[in-house]
Write a protein that binds this ligand. Structure first.
Ligand code: RAT
Ligand code: ZN
Length: 434
């Protein structure tokens, strides 16, 4: 990765001494740059209005976020089976009561709801949700999206789009109007991890594949990827992988990855995103909230980066124990871009640790965060938290640099934050080519 923006002007400013920041003013300068630099959210589960009900927003969705459902069952006697029979509104009421009224909402996910309510000037401590509900019900979605993204300091949102989800694929097949602030991602979990079913689904879409993915199946999967590439114009292809993921290893998924997905990514000049470390459904009673984490063997990442030097890999790992190793692999392979503090990692104490480690080992050559938002308004608190956590980390980095003998300029800070929040994503994906 090369430094991208305005390094010449930063050097000019440095040599004239005009823009140098006095030591004591570094924290303020960093905060100011973080607050005024819009970011690209490289992985979310958000959708623009054209996707209808698939796009989640509003107070009831915020409260029934699966991160909160997992916490709810720790503070309520209601069984999951009973909970799933309730309406969305009843579920939200039950969660509000258990986690926000009967207990102080001090966990990361509960504080997030409070921060969203506060951002809209709504009450944060009422026994019921009526005021919040009438506020959200009165919003027009298009304008609300624009407002929320502005409040979050997000200029562009990258979605997660599943070509084998019947509800979603029928929308794509009819044709979806492009939205200026959303970009697609071709998500391939079903194709790479459940060939038994997905092979049949591909057959139903007219591709001549067989159960073993043999014969002309690989060529047909490539045709499938090419058709969906044309339809979605995705900025990358993506898959989430279990902690047991190995490469090389003989499996249909690995063959499809090596012989279909990676060649297609090369052809379309887009990266592949690997999200590694999920232990699916350790408690199926909790449904979406029932997944856990396991430490992965990152030799697989090293092997892929080495064997496919013409491919670019965006990688996020779910286990805390894998984070340092990922940085080391990124130092060995410049076709590897670590990104985000994913899911169970997205807590301030862990984000802080991971981000310090990444800066110390990689400078600014990584993408520090994505929101993973499933409900629109979550971008408000998730990006506020990212900026809040990054501020002291960057201040410390520049203060150490200054103490070691080199003062920083405001432009250098701007350039670094722009690289972290935008340019790394822009140069790695085809975000700007549409
Ligand atoms: O963080 C989450 O919401 C998880 O449920 C997953 O969706 C994960 O982010 C993924 O994209 O697989
Ligand atoms: Zn996700």
């Amino acid at each position: 990765m090369k430094a991208t923006v305005s390094s010449q002007s930063a050097q000019q400013a440095r040599s004239s001494g005009s823009d140098l920041i006095p030591f004591g003013e570094i924290p303020h300068a960093v905060e100011e740059v973080l607050a005024t630099t819009e970011c690209i959210d490289v992985h979310t589960h958000l959708f623009p209005p054209a996707f209808g009900k698939i796009g989640l927003w509003g107070i009831d969705e915020l409260l029934t976020y699966h991160y909160l459902e997992a916490e709810f069952f720790r503070s309520s006697d209601l069984s999951p089976e009973r909970y799933w029979t309730l309406s969305k509104r009843q579920q939200a009421d039950a969660i509000w009561r258990a986690l926000f009224v009967e207990n102080a909402p001090i966990s990361e996910a509960t504080r997030g709801v409070i921060a969203v309510l506060k951002a809209f000037g709504l009450p944060t401590d009422t026994p019921d949700l009526s005021e919040a509900r009438s506020f959200f019900e009165s919003q027009k979605l298009d304008a609300h999206i624009t407002r929320v993204l502005k409040m979050a300091g997000v200029s562009l949102v990258v979605m997660t789009n599943d070509p084998l989800d019947p509800e979603e694929s029928s929308l794509w097949l009819k044709g979806i109007p492009a939205h200026p602030q959303f970009r697609a991602v071709l998500r391939l979990d079903r194709v790479l991890k459940g060939w038994k079913h997905s092979g049949q689904a591909l057959s139903q879409q007219g591709y001549q594949v067989d159960e073993q993915a043999s014969g002309k199946s690989i060529a047909e999967v490539r045709r499938f990827l090419a058709d969906w590439y044309k339809r979605m114009q995705p900025v990358y292809m993506a898959v989430s992988l279990p902690d047991t993921f190995q490469y090389p290893e003989e499996s249909i998924g690995n063959r499809l990855l090596a012989e279909a997905v990676l060649p297609s990514c090369r052809e379309f000049r887009i990266p592949v995103t690997l999200m590694i470390g999920v232990r699916l459904q350790v408690n199926p009673r909790l449904r979406l909230a029932g997944d856990a984490v396991g430490r992965a063997d990152l030799r697989a990442v090293g092997n892929l980066c080495r064997d496919f030097p013409e491919n670019r890999f965006l990688v996020s790992v779910l286990s805390r124990e894998n984070q340092h190793e990922l940085c080391v692999y990124a130092r060995k392979f410049n076709n590897l871009m670590p990104f985000g503090c994913w899911w169970f990692m997205n807590n301030p104490s862990i984000v802080e640790e991971i981000t310090r480690e990444r800066i110390e080992m990689l400078g600014t050559s990584f993408i520090p965060q994505h929101s993973d938002a499933r409900v629109l308004e979550q971008v408000i608190y998730k990006w506020a938290n990212t900026r809040r956590t990054l501020a002291p980390i960057l201040s410390t980095a520049y203060s150490l640099l200054s103490a070691d003998g080199r003062a920083v300029t405001r432009r250098e800070i701007k350039q670094d934050v722009t690289r972290l929040f935008r340019s790394n994503a822009e140069t790695w994906t085809n975000l700007n080519h549409r």
